[in-house]
Design a protein around this ligand. Sequence first.
Ligand SMILES: *Cc1c(COP(=O)(O)O)cnc(C)c1O
Length: 939
Amino acid sequence: MTAHPFTTRHIGMDDGDVARMLETLGRGSLDELLDATVPTTIRQSEPLTLTGFTGAASEDAALEELREMAGMNQPLTSLIGQGYYGTVTPPVIRRNVLENPSWYTAYTPYQPEISQGRLEALLNFQTVVADLTGLPLANASLLDEGTAAAEAMTMARRAVRGAPDTFLVDADVHPQTLSVLQTRAEPLGVKVASVDPWDDELPEAFGLLLQYPGSGGAVRDLRPAIDAIHDHGGLAIVAADPLALTLLTPPGEMGADIAVGSTQRFGVPMWFGGPHAAYISTSEDYKRTLPGRLVGVSVDTKGRPANRLALQTREQHIRREKATSNICTAQVLLAVAAGFYATYHGPDGLTRVADHCRRLATTLSASLTAGGIEIVADVVFDTVTARVPGRAEAIADAARESGLLLRRIDADHVGISFDETTGQDDLEAVCAAFGIDPVGHHDEIDPPALPDALARTSEFMTHPVFHAHRNETSFMRYVRGLAAKDLALDRAMIPLGSCTMKLNAAVELEAISWHQFADIHPFAPEDTTAGSRLMVEQLEQWLADITGYAAVSVQPNAGSQGELAGLLAIRGYHGSRGDTQRDVCLIPSSAHGTNAASAVMAGMRVVVVATTDAGAVDIDDLRAKAEAHADTLAAIMVTYPSTAGVFEQGITDICDIVHEHGGQVYLDGANLNALVGLAQPGKFGADVSHLNLHKTFCIPHGGGGPGVGPVAVGAHLVPFLPGSAAAPAISAAVNGSAGILAIPWAYIRMMGGEGLTDATSVAILSANYIAERLKDAFPVLYTGEHGTVAHECILDLRPLTKETGITNEDVAKRLIDYGFHAPTMSFPVPGTLMVEPTESEPLVEVDRFCDAMLAIREEIAAVERGEVAVEDSALRHAPHTVEDLLVGEWDRTYSREDAAFPVGVERAGKYWSPVSRIDQAYGDKNLVCACPPPEAFED
Ligand SMILES: *Cc1c(COP(=O)(O)O)cnc(C)c1O
C-alpha cells in the first residue's frame, strides 16, 4: 500500500486549505456549502457506490488490476487491415510527445499566443496531408475515417444544389465507413447507394465516395469515376490511405474535390479502435465549408508570422444550428504525433515504409498466383485479397495457429494487409496457411512497376521542416523547442469554464501504452480481446452507477458525437412508437454551440428557449414553446448545472414540462464535475446525457483531443444505444477511442465513490472561493438561490468595458504576462470570462490566479481614473514578448518592468509568450494553412 491515498494526489486542497476557504466564505462546513448550493430536490440521498468494489485502490493496486486485464488480451500480429495497421511509434515521439504533459495537457489553441508550438505541429500535419493528397487545404484533424467521410458527404451536399438527395459509395469502401455514412445520412433524408463505379453507369447524385486503395486492396485509376460524378454536377470524395499516397498518384491530381482518411499508421497504435487522427483536405473552392478546426498563419502586432485557428466564424460556437458540423474536440494530440512521425521520417522515410509494405504484398500476390490461388486485384499497395472458395475460414484458422490474424471477408475470401511491423516471417507464415511456398524474399523481388496513371510523379513534403530533423538529437530539440513556446497544465492553472482542465495523473496514463492494450485491432476476434472488453464493461457500469442511468456506451469519441448518439436514441425511440413527426428540439439560448449543430444532424428543428436575466431557462417561455409544439416536440437539450455556472432550482420542472408534452430530456453532461456523488441526472428526471471523459474523468485534453463522449440512457432508450443491434453506428470502431479508456477506469478505481464525491465538493468550494475573492473587483454574473455558484463562475467585464474600453480579451491577454491561460472568453455570455478551477488546483495556485486578477483590476483602475489611455495601457499591448522589451527604443507609458513583471510574477520562472497579440482578421483575409516558407520569418 502506498502511504497516501490517491485522492490526496488528485485533489489539490488538504483539510487545512478547505478550512481556510470555508472561513473566507463564512461557511461552517463543506456540507453547509453544498446544502446551500445543490437543490434538495435533486440531491442524492445515498453515498455513491460503484459496482464490483468498495474501497478505493492504491496506485499500485489499480495498475495490478489493469495488468491482469491486459494479460487477458492476446495481441496477435494483425494482418486484418481495413483501415487499421500495425505501426512503430518512434520512442522519441512516444516519450517526448504522447507521454509528455507539455503536449497532452494543453488546451485547444483558442489563445494562440500561448499555443504557437502546437499550432506549428498542427500546421506540419496539415502540410503533410495537403501534400500527400494533392489538395491544398487540410484541417487539423477529424475524429475517425468513418466520421470524416460523413463530414465530407455533408460538405458535398451543401456545395451541390439541385442534385437528387443521393450519395454514392464505392462497393469497395471499408464496411465501418459505410455504417457511419448510413447513420449520418438517414436523419438528413440522404439516400446512400452502393455502386461499382468501374462497371456500373453512375446514377444522378450529389457526391461519390471512393476508397483508394480499395478496402480489398485494389488500386484503380479513379479518373473515370471522378469524371462521371463531375458530369452529374456532384463532388468526388476519396478516402485514401496516406501512406499509399507516397507511391500513388494523389486524389487531387486525379480531380477529386475532397480527400479523407486516417493517419493512424503514422505512428499511432491501433488501440482497439482509437483514438486516431482522421484528416480531410479540399480545394480552395470549399474552404468555408470545411468542418473542424483549421490552423492558419497570420501576423502579430509587430508583423511577425504567427499561427492561429483560421476562419473560426465557421464553427458551431458562432453559427450554432447553421454550423457546417458539430465537431468541437477533435484528435489534436494524435494529429501532432502523426505530423511528427512524418517529420521524423521525411518523405524518403515514409516512401521506404510504403515500399516495404508494397514489396510484401506483391511478393505474396506472386506467391499466391504461383501456387494456383486466385487474387482479386492485380495492382495492389499493401493488401491482397485471395479468392479461396469455401476455404476462407480454414486458411484464417491456420494463420491464427501461427499467431497471425487475417481478415475474414466471407466464406470465399480472405484479406492480408502488410505494414511497417511485418516482415518475411509473416509472409512465409501466411503462405504456409495457404499451403503454398513463397516465391522468394520480399527484399529481393522488385515489385511490378505501377501503371503510369497510378504512379506518383509529384514531389511532396518539400518544406525544409521535413528534412531538417532526421537525427534524433535535432528532432528531440525541435519537439522540445515547440513545447517550450506553449502554456499547458504542466506550467500553470488553466481556469477554463466548461472545460474542466483537471489533473491528468501520470499513473492514469501508464497502461495506455502497454503492448497488450495498444496493439489490438478493433476487429480482432473476441477471444483475443477479453481484457479490453472487460475494462469497457466495468467502466460503462461505473459511469451508469455515477449518473443513475440504466446503461452507457463509450462508443462516441467526443462530446459532440455523444450528443448525436443521444439525440438519435431519442429519434429512434419516438419512431418506434410511431411518433415520427416529433422533430422539434428545444435549446436554451445559453447552450453550447455543439447542441444546436447536433440537433440539426439528428434531423431535428431547433426552437430556441429564452434565458432569464438570472441566466436560467425561462420556464414560462419553455412552457409556451412546449405547448405550441406539443404534437411535434422531440426533446429539450439542457446543460446542468447550467452554462451560467449555477444549479438551477427549476431543473425538475423543466423535465416535467417537457415530459408532459411528449418530449425527452437530453441533459448535456459536460458539467458533470459538479454532480458526481451529489446528484444523478438519470434519477432526477433526464432521459439521456453525454459525459465528457476528457473533462470530468481525466483524459487529457491533448490540445483539442482525444476525447471520449459516452452516452448514458434510461431503460426505455437502451435498445437505441450505440453498440446495440438496432442502433446506428456513431463511430467507426465499436468501442470508439478504446485505447484511452484505462485513464477514466484508473481514475474511478483509485478515487472510489467517496473520493469522487470529495472531488466534486472541492471543485464547488474552489469556484465559490474564487467568486468570493473576485466579486468586488469583477461582478459575478450569476449565482444560485443562496448566493453560491456551482463549479465555475462568470466574471462580468461588460460594465468595465463600457466605462474604460478594456475588454475581456485585453484581460485574457494580460493574464499571459502574469503566466496564466485565460478563462473561457465570451461563453455563454459575450464580454465575460468564465472561471473553473477544478478540484485539482492547489490553493496557492488558485490564490496566485486571484491575485493576478486583482492586480489586473488595479491596472484597469488606472485607465478608469484617466491616468492611462486604453490604447497606451499594458493591458492593450499584452502579451509582451522578450523582443518587444529588449530590442529598440522603449516609448510606452509604462515601464518594461511593469510590462514583464507585474505584481506577483515570479521572475526566474516566468513564462514568455513568443509572439504579441495576433491579428485574426489579417489571417482570414490572407488564408495560409500550410507551413510558410522560411523567408517569412526573416526580419
Ligand atoms: C465541451 C462541451 C461540449 C462538447 O464536447 P466536445 O467533446 O468538445 O465535442 C458540449 N457541451 C458543453 C456544455 C461542453 O462544455
